[in-house]
Design a protein around this ligand. Structure first.
Ligand code: XMP
Length: 322
């Protein structure tokens, strides 16, 4: 449990002091041995990676599994920040084809989640078995994970590694709240776009490409999501709206393009404000911003002929569509 006298890390100085303390603690725990980390590019695993690189450099082995359901530019950012800028010992696995083949024809949301989570563990396990002399597993467990779900990383749907992996855990941010993890991430020099990232489900775009995932709709989803993020950032909404993304359903609608009849996919814009994700409201986004996003999606994303804004609060609708 978090000690009663532990100070809230809310200044860069306190973040620096925390980093110094953890660097020493990790060095004492690990010595000259090796640590493995699944680096998704999310806030928690990124902060743990940067902290451990500072403490033990290339004794940390990071594995980034690209399941093909990442947002546009995300895996590239992981590679450029950690491999190019921080000289991380980073194994990159592009498992896109594996995931999409397993998911082909599967339209039930929980089944999709199980496949994605199970396959993620399998790929990570395969990479771990190829490595020799790993004694530790680092995890981005944070304090709410401990409070809410017995210390397992909440909501990641990934299960755990098989029992024959007898790793000792390294969990340097396990006593921190999310805002403190972000403060530490900034102090470690991670880019703001990574540290301030909004929540992104473990199954990624897989639960936003509705029904059975197809490559054409996944591409439309990725491109439309990137446009939405860019335009919300341009309009100063990036830090103000809690979570926003696009969704592509698995039905088509009619349209007219270049004087010809079209029969293409709709894109749904979802934006919500919330404190704890248990309930959520829909922000009144400036009409001009919604129009700009719509115009750009219709002009730039192939296979899309309609854009909608979801006005549903939670309850009744959940934040995600699946
Ligand atoms: P819902 O859709 O339940 O979402 O209103 C609440 C929050 O949880 C996120 N979410 C997930 N995160 N794995 C995750 O790691 C999941 O399967 C999952 N489903 C929903 C969602 O993005 C929102 O922030």
């Amino acid at each position: 449990m978090r000690p009663a006298d532990m100070k809230r890390i809310n200044t860069p100085e306190l973040a620096e002091a925390f980093i110094e303390e953890q660097v020493q603690a990790v060095r004492a725990q690990v010595g000259d041995r090796k640590v493995l980390l699944a680096l998704s590019g999310g806030v928690d695993s990124s902060v743990v990676a940067a902290l451990l690189i500072k403490a033990i450099g290339r004794q940390l082995v990071c594995v980034h599994v690209n399941h093909g359901l990442m947002r546009k530019g995300e895996s590239e950012q992981v590679l450029s920040v950690f491999r190019d800028q921080m000289d991380a010992n980073l194994i990159y696995v592009d498992a896109t084809d594996r995931f999409l083949e397993l998911l082909a024809g599967v339209d039930e949301p929980e089944r999709k989640r199980k496949i994605i989570g199970g396959e993620f563990i399998k790929v990570f396990e395969e990479e771990a078995r190829k490595l020799e002399g790993i004694d530790f597993l680092a995890q981005g467990t944070i304090y709410p994970d401990i409070l809410e779900s017995d210390g397992v990383k909440a909501h990641h749907n990934v299960g755990g590694l098989p029992d024959d992996f007898d790793f000792e855990l390294v969990e340097p941010v396990r006593l921190l709240y999310k805002d403190e993890v972000r403060m530490v991430g900034h102090a470690l020099g991670l880019p703001a776009s990574m540290v301030e990232r909004q929540p992104f489900p473990g199954p990624g775009l897989g639960v936003r490409c509705l029904g059975a995932i197809t490559r054409d709709r996944l591409a439309a989803l990725r491109e439309s999501d990137a446009i939405l993020r860019e335009e919300f950032a341009n309009a100063g909404l990036a830090g103000k709206v809690w979570q926003f993304f696009t969704v592509v359903p698995d039905f088509r609608s009619t349209g007219v393009r270049d004087g010809k009849r079209a029969f293409d996919w709709p894109v749904i814009i979802r934006a919500v404000n919330t404190v704890d994700a248990m309930t959520a409201t829909v922000p009144e986004i400036d009409w001009a911003v919604l129009k700009k996003v719509t115009d750009r999606i219709l002009a730039e994303v192939p296979g899309v002929c309609r854009v909608l804004y979801d006005l549903t609060p939670k309850p009744v609708g959940t934040i995600e569509w699946e």
